[in-house]
Design a binder for this molecule. Structure first.
Ligand code: ATP
Length: 209
C-alpha cells in the first residue's frame, strides 16, 4: 500500500497542496481528479520523486521512503506526452530499460516485449518509429514500456487528454484488463466521467484553504 501522510508542496512560496493524506490500496485503481492547474500533475511528480515535497512523508507498505532516492522500478509512469525516444523503434523503446538499466538479456527482453506488443495489438508496429504511430498507439507503446519493468504501481498522467472518445474507452478497457496484473494503478485526470468509469476510488484535489 502507498500512503501519503500530510504531504505539502509549494512553488516559490505559493502552496499548491497542503497536508494531503491518501491511502492507495494494492491492486486497485485510484484516480486523482480536479480542475486544470489545481496540482494533479505536481502531486504525481512528487510520488514519482520528480519534485521535492516541503513536508509530510510517503510510506510504501508501512515503511517510510523518499521517492527521490527510491529504486523507481516499483513505480512506473505513462506521461501525458508519452515521451517515447523518437530515434528508437517501438521494440527498442520497450527493451531499452530492461537491457540497459536492469541488465536483462536482449533475447529475454525481446520475448517479453513481443508478448506485451501482442496483447496490446501492436505486434505489427514493432519496427516502426514513434512518428509513424497514432496517438493511441504511442500511448500503448508507452504503457508497454512501463509494463515490461513489472511495476507495483503504474501511474498515468492525463491518459485520455489526447484521445478521441473511442480511444478513450479503449484505454478504460485496458486499465480494467490490467487488474489481473497485481498492480496498483494511479490515474491523474480532469475527466470525471472517465475516472468514475475506471476507478475503485476517486481523490478530489481541492484548493488549499
Ligand atoms: N516547476 C514549477 N514551478 C513553478 N510553478 C509550477 C511548477 N510546476 C507547476 N507549477 C504550478 O503549480 C500549479 C499546478 O500545476 P499542475 O500542472 O500540477 O496542475 P494540474 O492540476 O495537473 O493541471 P492540468 O490539468 O492543467 O495539467 C500551477 O499553478 C502551475 O503553474
Amino acid at each position: 500500500m502507498l500512503e501519503l501522510d500530510n504531504v505539502t508542496k509549494s512553488f516559490n512560496g505559493q502552496i499548491i497542496f497542503q497536508d494531503i493524506n491518501l491511502e492507495i490500496q494494492p491492486n486497485t485503481i485510484l484516480s486523482i481528479v480536479g480542475p486544470s492547474g489545481i496540482g494533479k500533475t505536481t502531486l504525481l511528480r512528487t510520488i514519482l520523486g520528480l519534485e521535492k515535497i516541503d513536508s509530510g512523508k510517503f510510506l510504501l507498505n508501512g515503511k517510510s521512503f523518499n521517492p527521490q532516492n527510491h529504486q523507481q522500478n516499483n513505480i512506473g509512469v505513462v506521461f501525458q506526452d508519452y515521451r517515447l525516444f523518437p530515434n528508437l523503434s517501438v521494440l527498442e523503446n520497450i527493451i531499452l530499460a530492461p537491457v540497459q538499466v536492469q541488465k536483462n538479456s536482449r533475447t529475454k527482453a525481446i520475448e517479453a516485449a513481443d508478448k506485451l506488443l501482442t496483447s496490446l495489438g501492436l505486434v505489427d508496429k514493432k519496427d516502426l518509429y514513434p512518428y509513424q504511430l497514432s496517438g493511441g498507439q504511442k500511448q500503448r507503446v508507452a504503457i508497454a514500456r512501463a509494463l515490461i519493468l513489472q511495476p507495483k504501481i503504474l501511474c498515468y498522467d492525463e491518459p485520455t487528454s489526447a484521445l478521441d472518445a473511442d480511444s478513450k474507452w479503449q484505454v478504460a478497457d485496458l486499465l480494467e484488463q490490467f487488474r489481473t496484473l497485481k498492480m496498483t494503478q494511479l490515474v491523474v485526470t480532469h475527466d470525471l466521467e472517465f475516472a468514475q468509469k475506471i476507478s475503485d476510488k476517486i481523490f478530489k484535489l481541492e484548493r488549499p484553504t
